[in-house]
Design a binder for this molecule. Structure first.
Ligand SMILES: CC(C)[C@H](C(=O)O)[C@@H](O)C(=O)O
Ligand code: SF4
Length: 407
Protein backbone atom coordinates (compact mmCIF):
# COMPACT_ATOMS: atom_id res chain seq x y z
CA UNK A 1 0.00 0.00 0.00
CA UNK A 2 1.44 3.37 -1.04
CA UNK A 3 1.62 6.55 0.95
CA UNK A 4 -0.16 9.89 0.64
CA UNK A 5 1.66 13.20 1.18
CA UNK A 6 0.34 13.38 4.75
CA UNK A 7 1.50 9.83 5.51
CA UNK A 8 4.94 10.51 4.04
CA UNK A 9 5.62 13.80 5.78
CA UNK A 10 4.18 12.73 9.13
CA UNK A 11 6.07 9.43 8.91
CA UNK A 12 9.25 11.36 8.21
CA UNK A 13 8.69 13.44 11.33
CA UNK A 14 7.72 10.43 13.46
CA UNK A 15 10.72 8.33 12.43
CA UNK A 16 8.60 5.41 11.25
CA UNK A 17 6.14 4.43 8.54
CA UNK A 18 2.59 5.57 9.27
CA UNK A 19 -0.82 5.23 7.66
CA UNK A 20 -4.11 7.07 8.13
CA UNK A 21 -5.57 6.94 11.65
CA UNK A 22 -2.27 6.01 13.36
CA UNK A 23 -1.57 8.24 16.37
CA UNK A 24 2.03 9.43 16.54
CA UNK A 25 4.34 11.92 18.20
CA UNK A 26 6.19 14.03 15.64
CA UNK A 27 8.95 16.61 15.58
CA UNK A 28 7.66 20.07 14.76
CA UNK A 29 9.86 22.23 12.51
CA UNK A 30 8.18 25.62 12.85
CA UNK A 31 5.72 27.10 15.38
CA UNK A 32 3.75 30.29 14.89
CA UNK A 33 1.46 32.29 17.15
CA UNK A 34 -0.40 35.53 16.55
CA UNK A 35 -1.30 38.28 19.02
CA UNK A 36 -4.72 36.66 19.53
CA UNK A 37 -3.55 33.23 20.58
CA UNK A 38 0.04 34.13 21.55
CA UNK A 39 -0.69 35.22 25.12
CA UNK A 40 -2.67 32.02 25.85
CA UNK A 41 0.14 29.98 24.29
CA UNK A 42 2.74 31.67 26.50
CA UNK A 43 0.60 30.99 29.58
CA UNK A 44 0.13 27.35 28.58
CA UNK A 45 3.91 27.01 28.08
CA UNK A 46 4.58 28.53 31.50
CA UNK A 47 1.84 26.51 33.25
CA UNK A 48 3.50 23.35 31.93
CA UNK A 49 6.71 24.43 33.65
CA UNK A 50 8.24 25.90 30.51
CA UNK A 51 11.41 27.90 31.06
CA UNK A 52 13.20 27.81 27.71
CA UNK A 53 11.75 27.27 24.23
CA UNK A 54 12.76 24.03 22.53
CA UNK A 55 13.42 25.84 19.22
CA UNK A 56 13.61 29.63 19.69
CA UNK A 57 14.81 30.31 16.14
CA UNK A 58 11.83 28.34 14.81
CA UNK A 59 9.26 29.90 17.14
CA UNK A 60 7.59 32.89 15.54
CA UNK A 61 5.20 35.46 16.98
CA UNK A 62 3.33 37.86 14.72
CA UNK A 63 1.42 40.88 16.01
CA UNK A 64 -1.24 41.16 13.33
CA UNK A 65 -4.82 40.68 14.47
CA UNK A 66 -5.07 43.97 16.34
CA UNK A 67 -2.49 46.33 14.92
CA UNK A 68 -2.01 49.24 15.31
CA UNK A 69 -3.16 48.42 18.84
CA UNK A 70 -6.74 49.64 19.42
CA UNK A 71 -6.99 49.65 23.25
CA UNK A 72 -5.13 49.26 26.55
CA UNK A 73 -6.21 45.66 27.17
CA UNK A 74 -4.64 44.53 23.92
CA UNK A 75 -1.63 46.81 24.49
CA UNK A 76 -0.84 44.77 27.61
CA UNK A 77 -1.07 41.52 25.62
CA UNK A 78 1.22 42.91 22.94
CA UNK A 79 3.75 43.91 25.63
CA UNK A 80 3.58 40.41 27.07
CA UNK A 81 4.45 38.94 23.67
CA UNK A 82 7.32 41.42 23.16
CA UNK A 83 8.79 40.63 26.59
CA UNK A 84 8.52 36.88 26.02
CA UNK A 85 10.22 37.09 22.61
CA UNK A 86 13.04 39.24 24.01
CA UNK A 87 13.62 36.82 26.94
CA UNK A 88 13.48 33.71 24.75
CA UNK A 89 15.31 35.04 21.72
CA UNK A 90 12.54 33.88 19.39
CA UNK A 91 11.36 35.58 16.22
CA UNK A 92 8.94 38.53 16.47
CA UNK A 93 7.21 40.26 13.59
CA UNK A 94 5.85 43.32 15.34
CA UNK A 95 3.27 45.96 14.45
CA UNK A 96 2.30 46.44 10.83
CA UNK A 97 4.48 43.73 9.27
CA UNK A 98 1.26 42.13 8.05
CA UNK A 99 -1.04 39.14 8.43
CA UNK A 100 0.81 36.23 10.03
CA UNK A 101 0.35 33.79 7.13
CA UNK A 102 1.55 36.27 4.54
CA UNK A 103 4.49 37.21 6.78
CA UNK A 104 5.43 33.54 7.18
CA UNK A 105 5.30 32.88 3.45
CA UNK A 106 6.98 36.03 2.14
CA UNK A 107 9.83 35.78 4.64
CA UNK A 108 10.38 32.09 3.86
CA UNK A 109 9.80 31.04 7.46
CA UNK A 110 8.24 27.84 6.10
CA UNK A 111 9.20 25.65 3.16
CA UNK A 112 8.72 22.32 1.48
CA UNK A 113 8.75 19.37 3.85
CA UNK A 114 8.28 21.42 7.03
CA UNK A 115 5.79 20.28 9.64
CA UNK A 116 4.28 23.48 11.00
CA UNK A 117 1.89 24.24 13.85
CA UNK A 118 0.19 27.61 14.17
CA UNK A 119 -2.18 29.01 16.74
CA UNK A 120 -4.48 30.09 13.94
CA UNK A 121 -6.89 28.05 11.88
CA UNK A 122 -5.61 29.36 8.53
CA UNK A 123 -2.13 27.95 9.16
CA UNK A 124 -3.15 25.41 6.51
CA UNK A 125 -2.11 28.08 3.94
CA UNK A 126 1.49 26.82 3.84
CA UNK A 127 0.56 23.79 1.79
CA UNK A 128 1.11 26.25 -1.05
CA UNK A 129 4.86 25.79 -0.52
CA UNK A 130 4.74 22.06 0.22
CA UNK A 131 4.58 22.16 4.02
CA UNK A 132 2.28 20.08 6.24
CA UNK A 133 0.80 22.90 8.30
CA UNK A 134 -2.19 22.99 10.55
CA UNK A 135 -3.87 25.16 13.15
CA UNK A 136 -3.91 24.02 16.77
CA UNK A 137 -5.20 25.34 20.07
CA UNK A 138 -2.99 27.31 22.42
CA UNK A 139 -2.41 24.39 24.82
CA UNK A 140 -1.13 22.12 22.04
CA UNK A 141 1.00 24.96 20.73
CA UNK A 142 2.36 25.70 24.22
CA UNK A 143 3.35 22.04 24.57
CA UNK A 144 5.11 22.17 21.19
CA UNK A 145 6.98 25.32 22.23
CA UNK A 146 8.23 23.41 25.26
CA UNK A 147 9.09 20.06 23.68
CA UNK A 148 9.52 20.76 19.96
CA UNK A 149 7.03 17.95 19.38
CA UNK A 150 3.31 17.35 19.05
CA UNK A 151 0.95 14.42 18.64
CA UNK A 152 -1.16 13.82 15.56
CA UNK A 153 -3.69 11.34 14.32
CA UNK A 154 -2.58 10.79 10.73
CA UNK A 155 -5.39 12.16 8.56
CA UNK A 156 -7.08 10.31 5.74
CA UNK A 157 -6.60 12.09 2.42
CA UNK A 158 -8.91 13.43 -0.26
CA UNK A 159 -7.49 14.32 -3.65
CA UNK A 160 -8.96 17.10 -5.76
CA UNK A 161 -7.83 17.25 -9.37
CA UNK A 162 -8.27 20.26 -11.61
CA UNK A 163 -7.65 20.04 -15.33
CA UNK A 164 -7.49 22.82 -17.91
CA UNK A 165 -7.39 26.58 -17.46
CA UNK A 166 -9.62 29.14 -15.82
CA UNK A 167 -11.31 31.60 -18.15
CA UNK A 168 -10.97 35.40 -17.97
CA UNK A 169 -12.48 36.95 -14.83
CA UNK A 170 -12.39 33.65 -12.90
CA UNK A 171 -9.85 33.28 -10.08
CA UNK A 172 -8.48 30.86 -7.48
CA UNK A 173 -11.02 32.20 -4.97
CA UNK A 174 -13.88 31.19 -7.25
CA UNK A 175 -12.43 27.69 -7.48
CA UNK A 176 -12.18 27.17 -3.74
CA UNK A 177 -15.58 28.77 -3.02
CA UNK A 178 -17.23 26.43 -5.51
CA UNK A 179 -15.45 23.43 -3.97
CA UNK A 180 -16.50 24.49 -0.46
CA UNK A 181 -20.06 24.85 -1.77
CA UNK A 182 -19.91 21.31 -3.18
CA UNK A 183 -18.21 19.68 -0.19
CA UNK A 184 -19.81 21.88 2.51
CA UNK A 185 -18.12 23.16 5.65
CA UNK A 186 -17.60 19.67 7.12
CA UNK A 187 -16.97 17.88 3.82
CA UNK A 188 -13.38 16.89 4.50
CA UNK A 189 -13.32 17.05 8.31
CA UNK A 190 -9.90 16.16 9.70
CA UNK A 191 -8.73 15.13 6.23
CA UNK A 192 -5.62 16.11 4.35
CA UNK A 193 -6.42 17.52 0.90
CA UNK A 194 -4.06 17.08 -2.06
CA UNK A 195 -4.59 19.56 -4.90
CA UNK A 196 -3.48 17.84 -8.10
CA UNK A 197 -3.78 18.03 -11.88
CA UNK A 198 -2.45 20.36 -14.56
CA UNK A 199 -5.07 22.98 -13.66
CA UNK A 200 -3.75 23.43 -10.12
CA UNK A 201 -0.16 23.00 -11.36
CA UNK A 202 -0.41 26.26 -13.30
CA UNK A 203 -1.65 28.24 -10.29
CA UNK A 204 0.91 30.73 -8.96
CA UNK A 205 2.14 30.37 -5.41
CA UNK A 206 -0.18 33.22 -4.38
CA UNK A 207 -3.16 31.46 -5.94
CA UNK A 208 -2.15 28.21 -4.26
CA UNK A 209 -2.06 30.05 -0.93
CA UNK A 210 -5.62 31.30 -1.48
CA UNK A 211 -6.82 27.73 -2.09
CA UNK A 212 -4.89 26.11 0.78
CA UNK A 213 -5.94 28.95 3.12
CA UNK A 214 -9.59 27.95 2.79
CA UNK A 215 -9.17 24.19 3.29
CA UNK A 216 -10.17 24.73 6.92
CA UNK A 217 -13.49 26.15 5.67
CA UNK A 218 -14.38 22.66 4.46
CA UNK A 219 -13.08 21.07 7.64
CA UNK A 220 -9.64 19.98 6.38
CA UNK A 221 -6.64 19.35 8.59
CA UNK A 222 -4.22 20.60 5.93
CA UNK A 223 -4.04 21.16 2.20
CA UNK A 224 -1.09 20.80 -0.14
CA UNK A 225 -0.36 21.69 -3.75
CA UNK A 226 1.37 18.70 -5.30
CA UNK A 227 3.00 21.10 -7.77
CA UNK A 228 4.94 22.60 -4.82
CA UNK A 229 6.58 19.24 -4.10
CA UNK A 230 10.03 18.67 -5.54
CA UNK A 231 11.32 16.13 -3.00
CA UNK A 232 10.64 12.56 -4.20
CA UNK A 233 10.18 11.38 -0.60
CA UNK A 234 7.15 13.69 -0.27
CA UNK A 235 5.37 13.05 -3.57
CA UNK A 236 2.41 10.72 -2.97
CA UNK A 237 2.67 7.17 -4.36
CA UNK A 238 0.48 6.13 -7.26
CA UNK A 239 -1.07 3.39 -5.13
CA UNK A 240 -1.73 5.67 -2.16
CA UNK A 241 -5.18 5.19 -0.64
CA UNK A 242 -7.62 8.11 -0.88
CA UNK A 243 -10.90 8.63 0.91
CA UNK A 244 -12.29 10.30 -2.21
CA UNK A 245 -11.01 11.66 -5.51
CA UNK A 246 -12.85 14.61 -7.05
CA UNK A 247 -12.24 15.87 -10.58
CA UNK A 248 -13.05 19.32 -11.91
CA UNK A 249 -12.61 21.01 -15.28
CA UNK A 250 -11.29 24.56 -14.83
CA UNK A 251 -13.10 25.87 -17.90
CA UNK A 252 -16.45 25.22 -16.16
CA UNK A 253 -15.80 27.65 -13.29
CA UNK A 254 -17.46 31.06 -13.01
CA UNK A 255 -17.22 33.90 -10.43
CA UNK A 256 -18.74 32.76 -7.12
CA UNK A 257 -19.89 34.31 -3.85
CA UNK A 258 -20.64 32.97 -0.38
CA UNK A 259 -23.84 34.40 1.06
CA UNK A 260 -24.51 35.23 4.72
CA UNK A 261 -23.88 33.66 7.22
CA UNK A 262 -21.89 30.59 6.14
CA UNK A 263 -18.91 30.12 3.84
CA UNK A 264 -20.53 27.10 2.19
CA UNK A 265 -23.70 29.03 1.33
CA UNK A 266 -22.35 29.48 -2.19
CA UNK A 267 -23.91 30.68 -5.45
CA UNK A 268 -22.61 32.29 -8.63
CA UNK A 269 -21.94 36.04 -8.60
CA UNK A 270 -24.49 36.33 -11.41
CA UNK A 271 -27.18 34.67 -9.23
CA UNK A 272 -26.54 37.22 -6.47
CA UNK A 273 -26.47 40.15 -8.90
CA UNK A 274 -29.51 41.98 -7.51
CA UNK A 275 -27.92 42.30 -4.09
CA UNK A 276 -27.06 45.92 -3.23
CA UNK A 277 -23.90 46.42 -1.12
CA UNK A 278 -22.79 49.11 1.33
CA UNK A 279 -19.17 48.13 1.86
CA UNK A 280 -16.35 46.36 0.07
CA UNK A 281 -13.28 44.97 1.83
CA UNK A 282 -10.24 43.73 -0.07
CA UNK A 283 -7.60 42.15 2.13
CA UNK A 284 -6.70 39.24 4.45
CA UNK A 285 -4.49 36.16 4.30
CA UNK A 286 -6.86 34.80 1.65
CA UNK A 287 -6.84 37.64 -0.85
CA UNK A 288 -4.69 40.57 0.27
CA UNK A 289 -1.59 39.75 -1.78
CA UNK A 290 -0.09 41.71 -4.66
CA UNK A 291 -1.84 39.70 -7.39
CA UNK A 292 -5.15 40.29 -5.58
CA UNK A 293 -4.57 44.04 -5.46
CA UNK A 294 -3.52 43.94 -9.12
CA UNK A 295 -6.78 42.21 -10.11
CA UNK A 296 -8.78 44.86 -8.25
CA UNK A 297 -6.69 47.76 -9.59
CA UNK A 298 -7.15 46.52 -13.16
CA UNK A 299 -10.90 46.89 -12.70
CA UNK A 300 -10.91 50.18 -10.78
CA UNK A 301 -8.27 52.03 -12.83
CA UNK A 302 -9.54 55.44 -13.92
CA UNK A 303 -13.03 54.78 -12.48
CA UNK A 304 -14.94 55.82 -9.33
CA UNK A 305 -16.64 53.46 -6.91
CA UNK A 306 -20.40 53.93 -6.48
CA UNK A 307 -21.18 56.88 -4.15
CA UNK A 308 -23.24 54.56 -1.92
CA UNK A 309 -20.28 52.23 -1.32
CA UNK A 310 -17.45 52.50 1.23
CA UNK A 311 -14.43 50.49 0.15
CA UNK A 312 -11.35 49.55 2.16
CA UNK A 313 -8.22 47.93 0.80
CA UNK A 314 -5.88 46.33 3.34
CA UNK A 315 -2.65 44.92 1.85
CA UNK A 316 -1.75 41.65 3.57
CA UNK A 317 1.71 42.92 4.49
CA UNK A 318 3.92 45.97 4.39
CA UNK A 319 5.92 44.33 1.59
CA UNK A 320 2.70 43.99 -0.40
CA UNK A 321 1.82 47.62 0.39
CA UNK A 322 5.23 48.85 -0.80
CA UNK A 323 4.99 46.85 -4.02
CA UNK A 324 1.44 48.15 -4.57
CA UNK A 325 2.69 51.72 -4.11
CA UNK A 326 5.50 51.13 -6.60
CA UNK A 327 3.08 49.76 -9.17
CA UNK A 328 0.68 52.66 -8.71
CA UNK A 329 -2.20 50.55 -7.36
CA UNK A 330 -2.52 52.50 -4.13
CA UNK A 331 -2.93 55.79 -5.98
CA UNK A 332 -5.51 54.11 -8.23
CA UNK A 333 -7.47 52.82 -5.23
CA UNK A 334 -7.41 56.23 -3.55
CA UNK A 335 -8.45 58.00 -6.75
CA UNK A 336 -11.30 55.51 -7.20
CA UNK A 337 -12.55 56.47 -3.72
CA UNK A 338 -11.20 53.64 -1.54
CA UNK A 339 -9.64 53.83 1.93
CA UNK A 340 -6.28 52.16 2.58
CA UNK A 341 -5.91 50.31 5.88
CA UNK A 342 -2.71 49.39 7.75
CA UNK A 343 -1.43 45.90 6.82
CA UNK A 344 -2.76 43.29 9.25
CA UNK A 345 -5.99 41.41 9.90
CA UNK A 346 -7.88 44.69 10.23
CA UNK A 347 -11.57 44.36 9.34
CA UNK A 348 -11.36 40.64 8.43
CA UNK A 349 -12.04 39.77 12.05
CA UNK A 350 -13.64 43.10 13.00
CA UNK A 351 -10.88 44.30 15.31
CA UNK A 352 -10.49 47.63 13.53
CA UNK A 353 -10.73 49.29 10.17
CA UNK A 354 -14.34 50.38 9.60
CA UNK A 355 -16.97 48.13 11.22
CA UNK A 356 -20.33 47.94 9.34
CA UNK A 357 -23.66 49.15 10.77
CA UNK A 358 -26.71 46.98 11.54
CA UNK A 359 -28.28 45.66 8.35
CA UNK A 360 -25.41 46.78 6.14
CA UNK A 361 -24.24 44.46 3.39
CA UNK A 362 -20.51 43.84 2.97
CA UNK A 363 -18.71 42.13 0.12
CA UNK A 364 -15.37 40.90 1.41
CA UNK A 365 -12.44 38.97 -0.05
CA UNK A 366 -11.76 37.24 3.27
CA UNK A 367 -12.50 33.63 4.20
CA UNK A 368 -15.33 33.84 6.76
CA UNK A 369 -18.74 35.47 6.80
CA UNK A 370 -20.15 34.22 10.09
CA UNK A 371 -22.49 36.51 12.04
CA UNK A 372 -20.46 39.17 13.79
CA UNK A 373 -17.33 38.35 11.84
CA UNK A 374 -16.61 41.95 10.88
CA UNK A 375 -17.53 43.39 14.27
CA UNK A 376 -21.35 43.64 13.93
CA UNK A 377 -23.59 40.58 14.29
CA UNK A 378 -26.36 42.37 12.41
CA UNK A 379 -24.30 42.98 9.26
CA UNK A 380 -24.59 40.68 6.24
CA UNK A 381 -21.31 39.49 4.74
CA UNK A 382 -20.75 38.06 1.28
CA UNK A 383 -17.37 36.64 0.18
CA UNK A 384 -15.82 36.80 -3.27
CA UNK A 385 -12.64 37.21 -5.30
CA UNK A 386 -10.94 40.64 -5.44
CA UNK A 387 -12.12 41.09 -9.04
CA UNK A 388 -15.76 40.50 -8.09
CA UNK A 389 -15.34 42.81 -5.09
CA UNK A 390 -13.86 45.59 -7.24
CA UNK A 391 -16.50 45.24 -9.97
CA UNK A 392 -19.20 45.34 -7.30
CA UNK A 393 -17.70 48.47 -5.72
CA UNK A 394 -18.16 50.21 -9.09
CA UNK A 395 -21.81 49.23 -9.54
CA UNK A 396 -22.99 49.21 -5.91
CA UNK A 397 -24.40 45.69 -6.25
CA UNK A 398 -22.87 42.23 -6.50
CA UNK A 399 -21.42 42.07 -9.98
CA UNK A 400 -19.82 39.32 -12.03
CA UNK A 401 -16.50 40.99 -12.98
CA UNK A 402 -16.92 39.81 -16.58
CA UNK A 403 -19.77 42.35 -16.84
CA UNK A 404 -17.11 45.05 -16.38
CA UNK A 405 -14.07 43.57 -18.12
CA UNK A 406 -15.86 41.52 -20.80
CA UNK A 407 -15.53 37.74 -21.24
C1 LIG B 1 -8.29 34.87 15.97
C2 LIG B 1 -7.84 33.57 15.43
C3 LIG B 1 -7.78 32.56 16.51
C4 LIG B 1 -8.71 33.15 14.26
C5 LIG B 1 -8.33 31.82 13.65
O1 LIG B 1 -7.85 30.91 14.29
O2 LIG B 1 -8.52 31.61 12.49
C6 LIG B 1 -8.72 34.21 13.17
O3 LIG B 1 -7.49 34.40 12.57
C7 LIG B 1 -9.77 33.91 12.15
O4 LIG B 1 -9.50 34.02 10.97
O5 LIG B 1 -10.88 33.56 12.55
S1 SF4 C 1 -6.56 37.94 7.93
FE1 SF4 C 1 -8.47 37.17 8.77
S2 SF4 C 1 -8.48 35.01 8.34
FE2 SF4 C 1 -6.38 35.70 8.09
S3 SF4 C 1 -5.40 35.33 10.09
FE3 SF4 C 1 -6.19 37.43 10.09
S4 SF4 C 1 -8.24 37.28 11.00
FE4 SF4 C 1 -7.63 35.20 10.42
Amino acid sequence: MGFTFAEKIIGGHAGREVHANDCVVVNVDVMMASDTTGPMTIRAFQDMGGVRLAKPEKTIFVIDHATPCPNERIAALHSMIRRFCAEQGCVLYDQNKGVCHQVMLENHEVGEGDLVLGGDSHTCSYGAVGAFSTGVGSTDLGAALLTGKTWLRVPETSRIELTGQLTKGVFAKDVILRMIGDLRSDGVSYESVEFAGDGFACFTREEAATVCNMVIEMGGKNGVFLSALKRPDLIPDEDAVYKRVLRYDASGFVPMVSRPHAVDNVCTAAEAADQKIDMVYIGSCTNGRLSDLAAAADILRGKKIAPSVRMTVCPASTKVLLAAIERGYIREFLEAGATISTPGCSLCVGTLGGVPDDGEVVLSTTNRNFKGRMGNKNALIYLSSPATAAASALTGRITDPREVIGK
